[in-house]
Design a protein. Sequence first.
Length: 244
Amino acid sequence: MPKINKWLTGGLGWFLGGPIGGIIGFALGALLSSEVVSSSSRSSYSSPARQARSGFQVSLIVLIAAVIKADGKIMQSELNYVKRFFVQQFGEAAAREALILLRDILQQPMPLNDVCAQIRQHLDIASRRELLHLLFGIADADGHIHPAELRVIEQIAQHLGLSQAEVNSVKAMFATQDPTWAYKVLEISPSAGNEEVKKAYRSLAQKHHPDKVAQMGADVQQAATEKFKKIKDAYEQIKKERGI
């Protein structure tokens, strides 16, 4: 069993129970019996912030598995993309560990609604919104979001307590070839007045500010910053079109 780094041991809290605990139980069982993880080291990394961060990462791995399996095919190119994604977001060590968990999870049944209910119970709304954005990034890895992947993401969003408008907004961030993409990002109609455009931008900028996920660490906050930039780009595009 490969050694598991401390980012995971810090989150051996809420996801040990419930459906997520069942899904990753085998991997965590091996981890807990490993001599490299002493009881003292487990407690050393169990601060609320670390538990939240680790819970976010494990939740993301489980949901990525659901998206990857959505079209009935598990492509090596998808696994390679996920590896690069985790290296970029969380570092080399976390990427190796994420793939260990992911490869095991991909072989197991996924009680998706129950998994989402557990995540919704333990992750705040800003973190759940960030999960949605990262899942769309994974689905768009090959430059095309498969209809089956979109259906799974919509199902995830619904059970995470996120609205269809939020789903459409994030989806539009990856479809900038659509002439109305900027309006969809801001969750408004192209017929919206200028004041409505400004109001929508201010509302979304506040709702999706990267500081909302500061407790998840600099890497997650960086990903949130990319989404925040897309919202600003959409607003600037509309202003340019209208001469505001």
